[in-house]
Design a protein around this ligand. Structure first.
Ligand code: S2G
Ligand code: ZN
Length: 464
């Protein structure tokens, strides 16, 4: 446990008032969007410079104090949860975009830059930061890197990992590493960026990141298609993906749509009620491209895969169609969902989805199952909604019993038990369904190199 004298020493490492100990701050900064773990940090510290981060890490090594990184706290795997007296290091005051270089098409960001702020600044400069997801309005670049955030545009642009030109990290030993210096080509040994991206703060802190930007997309246009059944979704993807350069291909079930419609502030896409829906997006750069999309749609209807559909004609309609998908997570959150974020290679999705859907129908007959996700890149979000009258702990315990069957199926398909939300605490005990014991031993060996005293987010990804 950290002593009062050690906390007083911590206060000298940062500006006055940048160590908080009050109950509200401990509760607010000691958690993320998960609901299973009670936050219980000792203190929250707010560095403003890289030197202050290094001093905090050295202090933590000296006193063997565990540190937990905190960004936008929108995580869904409890990677930013401090439940055991740790000191939370929040980057809220390291939130500036330090430079935008139009020649290199890069933006130098402090870790506390809100994702949406980077998106807006890129747009102001006529460029585009393409990693996007529902929580972009509050998530931070440092956390996006720590979890290798994915989201809704991965089918075209990939994950956060693809957009980090360079980064500065403070390792668990307190050393500052400047990785890759934003170079496009650099063949000089191990690319250690890739170790820190997705490491969930277990190797060190991201203290600056140079993010790549892309050209701005032209006339983004979305279609929402009502599909006849689960099996029809992937043929629709292949029909469009073969001819259009898609920027997104998402899916959601009728139950997901019903929850969004219940809000009352989003127009229904069309009258036909369908069991599943696909939302796809592309750049309608010419009228020919838009007409091609309509031809493909007609073909999908003729094939019996699609029952109805709509295409956006302007920005407002584009945004309204995206609300159908992006509002799902927030709209069901009050139902304390048990969340699975699983992925397989795209070619295996149909068979995989059939097996998982049969398991949940058999094992969750009395629970509301909501399917949605980034099916175009093989990432499915399976959410089980807690019945109003069922105790939360009992609900999570019952859901966990089904995990074994779900994750055994994931393992059979060489899939991932966590496609984009990370491992944290929530998926830690299931890691072996996706990573071999030998891999886990190598990961632990790497952790020992960068964080020999085990002060960096201990217990996340694997148990200490
Ligand atoms: C999504 C957002 C978080 C959730 O909507 O794609 O990744 O609720 C999710 O699963
Ligand atoms: Zn997602």
């Amino acid at each position: 446990m950290t002593s009062p004298a050690q906390i007083e020493e911590l206060k000298t490492l940062v500006e006055p008032g940048k160590v908080l100990l009050d109950a509200d701050s401990l509760n607010t900064y000691g958690k993320d969007w998960t609901k299973q773990f009670a936050p219980a940090p000792t203190a929250i510290v707010f560095p403003k410079t890289i030197e202050q981060v290094q001093a905090i890490v050295r202090w933590a090594n000296q006193h063997k104090v565990a540190l937990v990184p905190s960004g936008g706290r929108t995580g869904l795997s409890a990677a930013a949860v401090a439940a055991n007296g740790e000191v939370v290091v929040s980057f809220d005051y390291m939130n500036q975009i330090l430079d935008v270089n139009l020649t290199d098409r890069t933006a130098v960001c402090q870790p506390g830059v809100v994702t949406e702020h980077l998106q807006n600044v890129a747009e102001e400069k006529g460029l585009y930061y393409p990693v996007d997801f529902a929580s972009a309005g509050s998530s931070q670049i440092g956390g996006n890197i720590g979890t290798n955030a994915g989201g809704i545009k991965v089918i075209r642009y990939g994950m956060t990992r693809n957009w980090v030109a360079g980064m500065k990290v403070v390792t668990g030993k307190g050393d500052l590493l400047e990785l890759n210096h934003d170079l496009i080509k650099n063949a000089t040994g191990y690319d250690m960026r890739q170790l820190f991206i997705g490491a969930e703060g277990t190797l060190g802190f991201v203290v600056e990141a140079t993010m790549r930007l892309d050209r701005a997309p032209k006339n983004l246009t979305a279609m929402v298609l009502g599909t006849a059944d689960l099996d029809s979704i992937m043929p629709v993807l292949h029909a469009f993906h073969g001819k259009l350069d898609l920027t997104a291909f998402e899916f959601f079930s009728d139950k997901a749509l019903a929850n969004v419609m219940a809000r009352g502030d989003v127009p229904s896409p069309f009258d036909t009620e369908c069991p599943f829906y696909a939302l796809l997006e592309f750049e309608a750069t010419t009228e020919e491209v838009a007409n091609l999309a309509l031809e493909i749609f007609e073909n999908c209807v003729e094939q019996g895969w699609v029952l109805d559909g709509v295409m956006s004609q302007n920005q407002t309609q584009l945004q309204n169609l995206w609300k159908l998908r992006e509002y799902i997570s927030e709209t069901i959150s009050h139902r304390t969902p048990y969340k699975n974020d699983i992925s397989v290679t795209v070619s295996k999705v149909t068979a995989f989805l059939q097996e998982i859907d049969a398991i949940v129908a058999e094992d969750y007959p009395d629970f509301e199952v909501v399917w949605y996700g980034h099916i175009g890149d093989g990432n499915l979000h399976l959410n089980i909604l807690k019945p109003e009258d069922l105790d939360k702990d009992e609900f999570f315990a019952r859901c966990a019993t089904v995990n074994k069957r779900v994750f055994e199926t994931v393992e059979q398909y060489n899939g991932s038990i966590s496609a984009e939300h990370g491992v944290g605490l929530v998926k830690r005990d299931y890691l072996t369904y996706s990573r071999s014991p030998v891999e886990i031993e190598y990961m632990k060996a790497l952790k020992a190199v960068f964080d020999p005293n085990g002060i960096m987010n201990p217990g996340k990804i694997f148990a200490v």
